[in-house]
Ligand binder design. Structure first.
Ligand code: HSE
Length: 461
């Protein structure tokens, strides 16, 4: 222990909301307090807890902290140095975070939704007041990805990030693949096991992942947080057949949050300059480590020009994994809060005056490869027409597979070209707008019998 540390008064934190993560934070802080103090240089104590359910809060904290039902009592307490916001959402949480900052409190939050949507306003207020807003727990739970992006990889020009940043959907996709389940069945299983909420919308529609991708894109590229510009597509329409075909072609389907720097003038030639920010189901080569991240685990690949690819893997949710990130922020603030605010690590990694307003590309201008599945009549010339349309749109085919689309069809029906057949095409990279035009033309063919399935593909090499 450094000389004098023992006599330093502990940092006092007030907790707003003591649910799963709050109680995990309280417990880990108590259990590891001696080691945490040796690292931070002084004790870190949660001395006040605000929760509407005061009886439950008291049952968790006992006599160790004062329990109140009014969060503003915590913010108004001059003894509190740090407010830990674990309420979630953009409503009251936003008001309380802004009031905490105005009161000169540092803030630790796990609230990805709040930062992805209102981060610009919150960070500006914090800077003006000379306080820190720390948010390691907001992205990928226990994985220290904010620290890695903001500090460990600071030498790099980040080229792209691709992450499995929602454990619920990764669990569902893992069940669909390993057990051949349909989406609805896998979702029910996730709910039964407590991975998915009773209202799973934010997870399965990709919104939670988009909040996290938005925060990472700001830190990686030095741009403001812009959730409204993210393209978001969840996993609700994924079919077991596509997971199976992808596997036959050597790919797995993951819900990825992707953010990528794109410099025009490369390939394809009509690609625009800007930043891609998107969440959608993605085919990933089965041999990539990230393709083998199963169950509710999270993983983020960061590709920097100097370091190459780095993979960050761990638990993205849960009481103690998330508490691990919350407490890391408490320690950081404890170490830094006496430092000149200008010498602290900037909230978004880049100095506030150095943020750039690089354009976030609309999905039409994004460049990816594609998996297409067309259910077609099995007749002469059908494939030639489809490949002809792709050629006219200057979209190059990488691989092609044909499989009986309706296993129940009779041999006679098949012989007469009456039975549908599935044609699966993998393309090389193309601009999405061009692919849309090609899909519209293919869809209009009378021999294409069902809506064309399209899933984006990333090699992540
Ligand atoms: N619901 C999220 C997940 C965790 O399933 O990963 C919190 O963001």
């Amino acid at each position: 222990m450094p000389c004098g540390a023992e006599t330093m008064k502990p940092i006092q934190a007030g907790l707003l909301g003591i649910g799963t993560v709050g109680s995990g934070t309280f417990n880990v802080l108590q259990r590891n307090q001696e080691e945490i103090q040796r690292r931070a240089g002084r004790g870190i104590h949660i001395t006040m807890v605000a929760d509407l359910d005061t009886a439950r809060a008291k049952a968790i904290v006992g006599d160790s902290a004062q329990v109140v039902s009014d969060a503003r009592a915590v913010i108004a307490n001059p003894a509190i140095d740090i407010v830990i916001e674990l309420i979630g959402g953009y409503g009251i949480a936003r008001t309380l975070v802004m009031e905490s900052i105005a009161a000169g409190k540092h803030v630790v939050t796990a609230n990805k939704a709040l930062l992805a949507v209102h981060g610009t306003e919150i960070f500006a207020a914090a800077r003006a007041r000379g306080v820190m807003v720390a948010f390691e727990a907001a992205v990928a739970g226990g994985i220290p990805i904010i620290k890695a992006l903001r500090e460990g990889l600071t030498a790099n020009r980040i080229e792209w990030i691709a992450g499995i940043i929602n454990g619920t959907t990764n669990f569902i996709l893992s069940e669909m693949r390993s057990k051949g389940l349909d989406f609805d069945v896998a979702l029910k299983e996730a709910q039964r096991l407590g991975y998915a909420e009773s209202d799973p919308t934010f997870d399965i529609e990709g919104i939670d992942a988009a909040h996290k991708a938005t925060i990472m894109s700001a830190i990686a590229f030095g741009i403001p947080v812009q959730f409204d510009k993210a393209y978001i597509e969840g996993i609700t329409k994924l079919q077991a057949a596509d997971i199976r075909y992808a596997e036959q072609l050597g790919y797995r389907i993951k819900l990825l949050g992707i953010t990528k720097r794109r410099a025009g003038g490369g390939s394809p030639a009509d690609a625009a300059d800007g930043i891609e920010l998107r969440v959608h189901p993605t085919l990933v080569p089965a041999q990539r480590l990230i393709a083998n991240v199963e169950g509710a685990m999270n993983a983020v690949v960061v590709h920097g020009d100097a370091v190459g690819s780095t993979l960050h893997y761990g638990k993205g949710a849960g009481a103690e994994p998330t508490a691990s990130a919350v407490i890391a922020d408490l320690v950081d603030i404890t170490r830094l809060h006496t430092a000149d605010p200008d010498h602290r690590v900037p909230h978004l990694a880049f100095q506030p005056g150095a943020l750039q307003d690089t354009r976030i590309l609309p999905i039409d201008e994004v460049v990816t490869a594609f998996y297409l599945r067309l259910q077609v009549a099995d007749q002469a010339g059908v494939l030639a027409r489809i490949t002809g349309i792709l050629a006219e749109c200057d979209i190059s085919i990488d691989a092609l597979l044909q499989r009986p689309g309706d296993a129940g069809a009779s041999h006679e029906a098949r012989a007469e070209g009456q039975a549908p057949t599935d044609v699966i095409i993998l393309t090389h990279d193309t601009v999405e707008g061009r692919m849309n035009k090609a899909i519209a033309q293919m869809q209009a063919l009378p021999t294409v019998l069902a809506p064309i399935v399209r899933i984006r593909k990333e090699e992540l090499s």
